[in-house]
Write a protein that binds this ligand. Structure first.
Ligand code: PMP
Length: 379
């Protein structure tokens, strides 16, 4: 990939951190299976347990609380898929891996409304918690939204769910390494994480079980790996990279003012050029790295391609798994109109972002919006 590229899509995936790359390469040298008793096996086990320690430290948990998976999608599917949930509630802005798994519960799934910034309506949650159910109920709430960066009131919700005797799952994928997460402070039963959003390799994630969380059914069955909760030989090299990324990300949680400075510079530059730009989620607390905005009259798909040609990687409102751009269910849940939502772009920064990335974006924005509007007027 050319060095002239500017990468502004950390919420889709973060570039691999050098520490994570080194850990992956080193772990690939290990020939052992962590379940084997010989020296090679013990070496692999050592790598795995070191990484477990690092990932648990990221959220102030104990290593034994961490179950490694193939990513957050598997982690979310596992938690949401437990047969014991007789009632499930999740906000309409959740990641598809949560919403689709929740919908499998059929009529026992309740989609909670959100406000104009995508924050869950706490009164609706209270009403849901007050209704009697015969069995275990699960609330699933993301810590931070992948499209807008908006933070949910996790601490408040955790208290409410605990008081009602329910179970709380938090998708911490976008928040990990960006805001402080302390499982000792917050009664969360299950927290799910993804390696590639914090600068580790793709295809690795984790479920962290809080003191009140106990998975009963593994999604994958077979061997007794991961406390019998996730069968299959662990992805040792991937997990090693995840661990190294977790350590680096933890040391950088406090650097969010630097990233916030870049994001704010980008937003003010953009507003100065095109004052009609609408920024989403700005009345609420947001991740420091994310900016989501729209400009009626422009088409997000066209803009993403134009930026790509200008050497800049960013996303339309959400990066669809298929590579196509669909209507953002997040912006829809927030009540954003169709035309504005269709123009929504997301810029997300991270550990390697620099001032000149912002400057390049703003330079390109001037050209691309001018061209985009001219085309829109002709069309
Ligand atoms: N939850 C959120 C909030 C996400 O942003 C993502 C990744 N887009 C996932 C879950 C799924 O993570 P993974 O790619 O590790 O399956």
């Amino acid at each position: 990939m050319s060095l002239a590229r500017t990468y502004l899509d950390f919420n889709a995936t973060s570039p691999l951190r050098p520490q994570a790359r080194a850990a992956v390469i080193s772990a690939l040298e290990c020939a052992g299976n962590p379940s084997s008793v010989h020296l090679e096996g013990r070496w692999a086990r050592h790598i795995l347990e070191d990484a477990r320690q690092a990932v648990s430290a990221l959220v102030n948990a104990e290593p034994k609380q961490v179950i490694f998976t193939s990513g957050a999608t598997e982690a979310n599917t596992t938690v949401l898929g437990q047969a014991r949930w007789v009632a499930v509630a999740a906000a309409g802005v959740e990641h598809p891996s949560v919403l689709e798994a929740a919908r499998r519960h059929g009529s026992t799934f309740s989609q909670l409304p959100v406000d104009g910034d995508g924050r869950v309506c706490v009164d609706a949650l209270k009403a849901w918690l007050a209704a009697p159910v015969d069995g275990d109920r699960l609330v699933s709430l993301q810590w931070a939204n992948n499209e807008t960066g908006v933070l949910q009131p996790v601490a408040e919700v955790a208290e409410l769910v605990a008081e009602a005797g329910g179970t709380l799952h938090v998708d911490g994928v976008q928040a990990a390494g960006r805001v402080r997460i302390d499982l000792n402070e917050c009664p969360i039963s299950f927290l799910t994480l993804s390696s590639h959003k914090i600068g580790g390799p793709q295809g690795v994630g984790a479920i962290v079980q809080g003191p009140s969380g106990q998975l009963e059914q593994p999604l994958l069955i077979g061997g007794g790996q991961e406390h019998r909760l996730r069968a299959g030989t662990e992805n040792v090299a991937g997990v090693a990279g995840f661990g190294a990324a977790a350590t680096a990300a933890l040391s950088e949680v406090s650097s969010s003012p630097r990233v916030r400075g870049l994001r704010d510079e980008l937003e003010s530059g953009l507003s100065a050029m095109t004052p009609e730009t609408v920024f989403f989620g700005t009345r609420s607390e947001r991740l420091a790295n994310t900016s989501s905005f729209g400009l009626s009259g422009l088409r997000a798909e066209t803009m993403v391609i134009a930026f790509d040609l200008a050497g800049i990687a960013l996303s339309a409102g959400s990066a669809c798994s298929s590579g196509t751009v669909g209507r953002s269910h997040v912006l829809e849940a927030m009540g954003v109109g169709k035309a504005l939502a269709g123009s929504a772009l997301r810029v997300s920064l991270g550990w390697s972002s620099k001032k000149h990335d912002v400057a390049r974006f703003l330079e390109a924005w001037a050209k691309v919006t001018q061209r985009g509007r001219a085309t829109a007027e002709i069309a």
